[in-house]
Write a protein that binds this ligand. Structure first.
Ligand SMILES: Nc1nc2c(ncn2[C@@H]2O[C@H](COP(=O)(O)OP(=O)(O)OP(=O)(O)O)[C@@H](O)[C@H]2O)c(=O)[nH]1
Ligand SMILES: [Mg+2]
Length: 306
């Protein structure tokens, strides 16, 4: 069969995580309109449907890696996140370099293009958000990318939101895969543990509710998980204990909200989505803690898994 690994890279907010979810057909990576939402390499697996065009009889599998948006770092966290993205560039079979059709091509895009030129991995230029751009914008961006960002193996305009154009991207990637093994068995869509997904969903809900400087200061971990089997007429229950960390006392107040309203609403939204994704009942306990300046402290970052 044909198989390989493809990384999704680009500036913050260009839609890498939205595209990963669209490609694998389910939510594996959280999305927000705040830059620097993704903080880990998140894997999602795509298996070619049997009989698809250009796919050999024995099938094809692409393991996509969603990465943090590459940016000019202001903190040690930012520096480490960039590292997590950049290290994928020479470790994969194909790079998908996303740019945003609703924003000008800028210095951030050119910086990433320079990194790509250094590694020489085959790269596909993905122009995302075509649903929100006019035909002229799309042509200008494609011409601009070809003129200023380098030579790409292919140029694919698409909308990660609607899925329009994503089949063309899968075709371009599949055509560049080497012979390889089945990396993940059929039915597996991601390698991330449920605890990670739960923590990320809670962070996503808080990001949607929080404002200003808070997003970067949020870190969510799930520190305990207990799988309670069904007993008698009681359904099975997944019990999770999440800790939300912020950097200052004032932020703790914002996250908790009046009478606990904010954390309660975010927790409920995260729980409902987790129940739908995992197909089991969930009890999500939340605690909010202050961890002073964790984004800037190497010891705290190490402890939090960054
Ligand atoms: N109109 C439109 N909006 C999109 C599309 N793809 C993503 N978005 C929006 O763009 C914003 C950023 O999307 P994400 O998928 O979180 O972007 P990202 O590149 O993963 O961002 P980071 O993780 O911060 O690097 C969200 O508000 C998305 O809803 C698209 O195809 N069309
Ligand atoms: Mg993301």
């Amino acid at each position: 069969m044909k198989s390989g690994i493809a990384t999704l890279v680009g500036r913050p907010n260009v839609g890498k995580s939205t595209l990963l979810n669209q490609l694998v057909g389910t939510k594996v990576s959280i999305v927000s309109d705040r830059p620097q939402t993704t903080r880990n390499q998140v894997r999602g697996v795509w298996n070619a449907p049997p009989g698809a065009r250009g796919v050999p009889e024995d099938g094809a599998q692409v393991v996509f890696i969603d990465t943090p948006g590459i940016h000019k770092p202001k903190t040690e966290l930012g520096r480490r996140l960039n590292q997590r993205s950049i290290e994928t560039l020479d470790a994969v079979d194909v790079v998908c370099f996303l740019i945003d059709a609703t924003a000008d091509i800028g210095a951030g895009d050119r910086y990433i293009a320079g990194l790509l030129a250094d590694v020489g991995t085959p790269a596909v230029l993905v122009l995302n958000k075509t649903d929100a751009a006019g035909p002229n914008d799309i042509l200008e961006h494609l011409a601009g990318a070809a003129g200023t960002l380098g030579d790409f193996a292919a140029y694919v305009p698409l909308s990660a939101r609607t899925g329009e154009g994503s089949e063309a991207l899968l075709g371009e990637i599949t055509g560049r895969l080497p012979d390889g093994p089945l990396y993940y068995p059929d039915g597996v869509v991601t390698d991330q543990p449920d605890t990670f997904l739960a923590a990320e969903l809670l962070r996503e809900k808080l990001l949607a509710m929080a404002r200003e400087e808070l997003p970067h200061s949020l870190a969510v971990t799930v520190e305990e998980i207990e799988d309670r089997p069904a007993v008698g007429d009681k359904d099975a229950l997944l019990v999770l204990r999440a800790v939300v960390r912020v950097e200052r006392d004032s932020q703790k107040g914002i996250v908790i909200g009046k009478g606990g309203a904010v954390i309660k609403e975010a927790g409920t939204a995260a729980r409902l989505e987790l129940e739908a994704l995992l197909g089991t009942r969930v009890h999500l306990e939340t605690h909010v803690k202050v961890e002073k300046d964790w984004q800037r402290r190497p010891d705290a970052l190490d402890r939090l898994g960054f």
